[in-house]
Design a protein around this ligand. Structure first.
Ligand code: EPU
Length: 428
């Protein structure tokens, strides 16, 4: 097992380079299955969710070759439909994309029920609705999702009842080689939706409107392989922006698309953080106190739910009472119990967490209860004086490339320790 030990209170100073985006990498890597050809994916983040996705594709028969640390070649010609190992797909939400990709290529699919961060029920009814609209018969049984369209898939009109990132991606994957035109209404707008559509178009797809409410997919006969670079991870960038703000530091955060960070920058500026935007970097610094703020999570371009816990950590440090309203994910406040262990004054009422900022925080033993919750613990720990031990950090490895190395390079006192139940074994 591994833990992070953070001795906080040091302002972070220097430069952090942002990696490729997890939530674009997962659909794009899986979408390479649709090409029945060779794809080279660049700016791939070195995170455990990507490693797991590549392992699943390899188990399905794809030939995977890492060309460099962040470039992978995927030859999906030998892939076998329905052969993804259930015990692996059940570990992550991104495995839902296998459904759309298998249906799109083979007109049938069988994939274990997806897992991922525990936010309570994470339904896939909208994915199923999209597959059915395209002509597939879908069933969910014994922990598996099965679908088939023996007469092929046909273009259709899909109206989502709610804005769903995964549902929108799956509708694109399944319809890209369907006969005729598919119109996806109430589609998600996230930059990773646009990136996935751009990848598919580079492979020969005809998708327009990605990034708006309405996406049009004109079915093509087949896709071909391509070389494609993934966009930078706006959530990783936002996390380091919060870390700079929390520690009264000064960070240049590079390899970003500042436009994607606008909702995060706006809230940080409201809190008194200074942000300067450049072409592909932002400079984030704070010298005065943090102001209280209210935040409501919304689909893009609103404030991202994947930044909600990190913002919660900052609200503990702000002066006055801040309200954090979660509207996208049902149950994403478990981390507030961990912040309380550090002395935070926070209560959850329905879908809102209320932070009475300014209570003195101190180091404590806390858990990373999920991926972004882990990031919030790291931010709080970096800000407070004293030692914080964060356990269950495998969640953090799912989405942050080399967190320890990147933080150490900007002055953080952070160590990874490997231990068994009774003793510390090793330090990295
Ligand atoms: N929902 C349904 N039915 C569906 C699909 C979604 O009720 O068929 C609900 C969900 O339960 C949730 C909401 O709609 O309450 C939004 O779900 P969405 O489909 O948009 O999310 P997702 O595709 O499951 C992705 C990211 C999450 C991120 C959300 C929202 C990946 C692999 N995951 O999940 O990322 O929080 O979009 O932006 O892309 C993370 O990176 O930490 C993370 C959890």
């Amino acid at each position: 097992m591994e833990k992070l030990i953070i001795n906080g209170g040091t302002p972070l100073r220097g430069k952090v380079q942002i990696s490729g985006m997890k939530n674009a990498a997962l659909p794009i890597v899986v979408a390479s299955l649709l090409t029945n050809d060779v794809c080279v994916i660049e700016n791939l983040p070195s995170i455990s969710d990507v490693t797991l996705t590549l392992t699943i594709l390899e188990k399905m028969g794809c030939r995977i070759r890492m060309l460099t640390r962040d470039r992978v070649e995927i030859d999906s010609r030998p892939a076998v439909c329905g052969s993804s190992p259930v015990e692996l797909v059940s570990k992550m939400r991104g495995s839902t994309y296998l459904l759309g990709a298998e249906l799109g290529r083979w007109h049938r699919t069988k994939v274990g029920y997806p897992g991922g961060c525990d936010f309570g029920v994470r339904a896939i009814d909208q994915h199923i609705k999209a597959f059915e609209a395209l002509g597939a018969e879908v069933s969910v049984d014994k922990g598996c999702v099965t679908a088939a369209a023996p007469r092929g898939l046909h273009g259709s009109s899909i109206y989502f009842d709610l804005v769903t990132v995964g549902g929108t991606v799956n509708a694109m994957l399944a319809s890209v080689m369907a006969k005729g035109t598919t119109v996806i209404e109430n589609a998600a707008h996230e930059p990773h939706i646009v990136d996935t559509a751009n990848f598919l178009n580079t492979c020969g797809a005809r998708i327009t409107g990605a990034g708006t409410d309405t996406i049009k997919v004109r079915g093509v006969e087949k896709l071909h392989g391509c070389s494609y670079a993934i966009i930078p991870d706006m959530i990783e960038a936002g996390t380091y922006m919060c870390a700079a703000a929390a520690t009264s530091g000064a960070l240049v955060i590079s390899n970003v698309i500042p436009k994607h960070l606008e909702s995060i920058s706006a809230k940080l500026e409201e809190m008194g953080v200074l942000i300067e935007e450049y072409d592909d970097s932002v400079y984030v610094t704070r010298s005065g106190p943090l102001n209280r703020v209210n935040v409501k999570t919304l689909p893009y371009p609103g404030f991202p739910t994947d930044m909600q816990p990190q913002m919660g950590a900052l609200m503990c440090l702000a002066e006055g009472t801040s309200y954090l309203n979660e509207t996208v994910i049902e149950n994403r406040f478990k981390y507030t119990n961990e912040l309380q262990k550090m002395g935070a004054s926070v209560r959850v009422v329905g879908h809102t967490a209320i932070f009475d900022g300014g209570a003195p925080l101190s180091g404590a033993k806390v858990r990373a209860v999920d991926l972004r919750a882990g990031a919030a613990m790291v931010i709080a720990a970096l800000a407070v004086r004293g030692i914080t031990e964060i356990s269950e950090i495998d969640h953090i490895d799912r989405g942050y490339e080399d967190l320890v190395g990147k933080l150490r390079a900007v002055g953080a006192d952070i160590r990874l320790v490997v231990y068994n139940d009774t003793q510390m074994l090793d330090e990295a």
